[in-house]
Design a protein around this ligand. Structure first.
Ligand code: C5P
Length: 400
């Protein structure tokens, strides 16, 4: 993954600067070409000569002292980088970037770069928790090509223990390798995903719900966004969060979900209905809390719209429609019937009676069934891994 890549390592002035030497060394051992820019403060902790020897390249640390033969050094370094890693990133550099300040070699190069930028902040716990620093960090997190590698918790150089520790260099390398190895095959695609369970109100305090955690739909949304798609996630109640690049619409009932799905449907290339939508809702929701009275209590339920069925009926030729089927028996047979009746291109069938599969689990065991009648067994795996496989199959289908 790192072989032949141009990595620009920005080193700031914190005690963790010495750990950046190990990062530079690992990057080089893995075949990357490493250029280093040090801030003035960083040179007080580690000498530029150390990084020069480790990387085999001259180290930049001043706008006014040329170390390369290029004409405009900061622009050349910014252009050359496939990825920029700032490790350690101090509160100072984070604040500077967030404020648009470019007053030294590192901050100026960052300003001139369009490459993905990873920051590994490391500092004293109080500095890390400082609301101004957190505000600046959040600001960068919301910018598409900035990625934050969170600090870890542990013993700090200042003698305190807490958050602010520089992550293990091996973990930093792993994050970067994973990023560089990622497919970007969904750029230009609009993907609509539903996730989580709906809640159908009975009265102002009670509802009918289900055990869906939303984990499968959220994993699909994250993976699709990582691969470059523009993702809209329409979600029932969950405790999960998503990256800021995903448009998240929170709903409660099936009818609310239908409203937003219909709104987004026409512009979507791929639609994945991973939500556990309630088949029925209460015919008349009580305006006031229902009081305990008789021994028996009956609620009259009426059928909810089948969102997926409606989409299947009006699907355009280029659109790919994917459904889920959670079953406890006759898995393939029921799923195939659903695929046909709802006019789907693909259905992901899971036997929710199995342990480690289906609702609320981090893992799943599924069968991927397509409209050309192929049935593929997918063994037990994490929902995050399965999300990648589902998107791969959709891509194959789209390109065939
Ligand atoms: O028919 P069944 O509910 O088992 O089908 C499951 C699939 O249909 C899932 O993809 C689910 O998100 C979708 N569905 C729907 N609207 C409903 C019920 C289910 O879109 N009312």
């Amino acid at each position: 993954m790192l072989k032949g890549k141009n990595i620009l390592l920005g080193v700031c002035g914190g005690i963790a600067a010495y750990k950046a030497v190990e990062v530079a060394s690992s990057l080089r051992k893995k075949g990357a070409h490493v250029d280093v820019i040090m801030t003035d403060a960083a040179t007080k902790f580690v000498t530029p000569l150390t990084f020069q020897e480790i990387t085999g390249n001259p180290v930049s640390f001043s706008m006014w002292e040329k170390v390369h033969t290029w004409n405009v050094e900061h622009i050349a370094l910014a252009k050359k980088a496939d990825l920029i890693l700032i490790a350690p990133a101090t509160a100072n550099i984070v604040g500077k970037i967030a404020s648009g300040i470019a007053d030294d070699m590192l901050s100026t190069t960052l300003m001139a770069s369009t490459a993905p930028i990873f920051l590994a902040p490391a500092m004293n716990t109080n500095m890390y928790n400082n609301p101004i620093f957190q505000h600046n960090l959040k600001l960068l997190q919301d910018i598409a090509h900035y990625n934050i590698i969170p600090a870890t918790t542990g013993h700090l150089a200042c003698g305190n223990a807490g958050i602010g520790r520089f992550p293990d260099p091996a973990d930093i390398i792993e994050i970067i390798e994973k990023f560089l190895g990622q497919k970007k095959d969904l750029i230009g695609k609009n993907i609509l995903i539903t996730a989580g369970g709906t809640r159908e109100p009975i009265d102002p305090v009670r509802y009918i719900g289900n055990r869906s955690s939303g984990k499968m739909g959220y994993a699909l949304a994250e993976e699709a966004a990582r691969r470059g798609a523009k993702v809209t996630l329409i979600s029932g109640q969950t405790s999960l969060t998503v990256s800021s690049s995903i448009e998240l619409i929170k709903i409660e009932t099936a009818k609310q979900m239908q409203q937003y799905v219909e709104e987004k449907f026409t512009d979507s290339d791929i639609i994945i209905m991973a939500a556990a939508v309630a088949d029925y809702c209460v015919s008349k929701v009580a305006e006031q809390k229902i009081k305990k009275a008789a021994n028996n209590f009956t609620i009259n339920l009426v059928k909810n719209p089948d969102i997926l069925l409606n989409l299947g009926n009006k699907k355009n030729p280029g659109q790919i429609l994917v459904g889920f089927a959670a079953e406890t028996q006759n898995l393939i047979e029921y799923a195939q019937e659903k695929l046909k009746r709802k006019n789907l291109d693909m259905i992901i069938a899971n036997d929710v009676s199995k342990s480690n599969a289906g609702f609320n689990s981090d893992t799943n065991i599924v069968k991927i069934i397509t409209k050309n009648k192929s049935v593929e067994d997918i063994p037990l795996m994490k929902k995050t891994t399965l999300a990648g496989i589902i998107l791969d199959k959709i891509q194959v289908m789209e390109n065939s």
